[in-house]
Design a protein around this ligand. Structure first.
Ligand SMILES: [Cu+2]
Length: 110
């Protein structure tokens, strides 16, 4: 509940000076994620991108919904962050170095 208020109150404060929140929403396919650790890894990697405001990883559909400030970042940067973390992002292949660092349970090639 505390977290909810922490999110809602700033939203009200900003509503005064911005008609819209100005955020863009994209859904990225991360089809190589296999477990909850993968979801956490991806969430962390995408949150680290400047301008990203919210990350919603769905392990069942293997998608990542991202809300971001389009003046600060873009879909390509988000895809690169996911790839660097070791996962495919849309048509972008996972970065081998990032993949090597994953826990064994997250490696789809065994
Ligand atoms: Cu995993």
């Amino acid at each position: 509940m505390k977290l909810l208020f922490a999110l809602i109150i700033p939203a009200f404060l900003f509503a005064g000076c911005l008609k819209q929140d100005g955020l863009q929403t994209v859904t990225v396919k991360a089809k190589t994620m296999v477990c909850a650790t993968c979801a956490k890894n991806i969430e962390k990697a995408v949150y680290a991108v400047e301008g990203v405001k919210s990350v919603n990883v769905d392990l069942k559909t293997k998608t990542v919904e991202v809300k971001f400030l389009p003046v600060t970042t873009n879909l390509q940067t988000i895809e690169v962050a996911i790839s660097d973390a070791g996962y495919d992002a849309n048509d972008r292949k996972r970065d081998p170095a990032g993949y090597d660092k994953l826990d064994a349970c997250c490696k789809i090639d065994g």
